[in-house]
Ligand binder design. Structure first.
Ligand SMILES: C[S@@+](CC[C@H](N)C(=O)[O-])C[C@H]1O[C@@H](n2cnc3c(N)ncnc32)[C@H](O)[C@@H]1O
Length: 215
């Protein structure tokens, strides 16, 4: 009975979100299907898989996996699955160590299974950034990537690692960006935008910045 009411609650929540979305009202930092579909459709002819770095319970990942399958591409998910690392000196106190812990990779796979996703439908790499990147095969290239790891150092390290692996024409989506802020992930993103010129800004809304790699 409890499960039934929980399912009803999830459906109602989804409906409310869809109606608000139709009126262009978005929850900051939430990855909407319609937005993801719009941007992933722009990379249909760009070579490379999809990825999300900073996955938590996989709510956005499940959309990314579905969208990747439409293009016969694979999805790579990267996270400690044990939550945040210690914040650094450029981070605010919003994300203490261990926040977003889902019980490790095994815990994450259970969540995905409860949503009907088997472990064969995605690649997952666990561990702290940047060490976890060593688990990703060296020849993997990306056409669509979400980075959503909140703090300064993991965002900076992820940008440095992923950018050379994004194909020309590929899209990078960055969450929680505030151009006026010089803390947390915004500091790393601002530095990246200042230091590089091989991108164009596609869009910015809902605290989410979309870049296309140009060279
Ligand atoms: C805000 S949550 C991601 C939310 C997810 N993108 C979504 O839309 O549902 C941030 C994630 O980044 C991961 N993360 C943050 N810092 C990390 C680090 N240094 N190494 C590995 N994972 C990290 C956390 O474990 C957490 O799952």
């Amino acid at each position: 009975m409890k499960r039934f009411f929980l399912k009803i609650l999830v459906v109602v929540r989804g409906l409310v979100r869809s109606v608000l979305y139709m009126f262009n009202i978005r929850r900051p930092g939430y990855w909407y299907w319609g937005d993801l579909r719009r941007f992933t459709s722009m990379v249909e002819n760009v070579k490379g898989d999809f990825a999300e770095i900073g996955v938590w319970r996989g709510e956005a990942s499940r959309k990314v996996i579905r969208l990747a399958l439409i293009q016969s591409k694979k999805t790579h998910l990267i996270d400690s699955f044990r939550g945040m690392d210690d914040p650094g000196s450029f981070d605010s106190d919003f994300h203490p160590k261990g926040r977003f812990d889902v019980g490790g990779l095994a815990g994450f796979r259970l969540i995905m299974e409860s949503h009907g996703f088997s472990k064969d439908e995605y690649f997952a790499y666990d561990g702290l950034i940047p060490t976890c990147f060593e688990k990703v095969p060296n020849d993997v290239r990306f056409s669509f990537v979400i980075i959503d790891v909140d703090n300064y150092t993991p965002t900076r390290d992820t940008l440095n690692w992923i950018w050379p692996r994004i194909s020309r024409g590929g899209i990078l989506a960055l969450d929680d960006f505030n151009a006026m802020s010089d803390t947390d992930c915004s500091k790393a993103i601002n530095e990246f935008l200042r230091e590089r010129s091989d991108y164009s800004r596609l869009d910015f809304f809902n605290c989410q910045l979309f870049l296309r790699k140009e060279m």
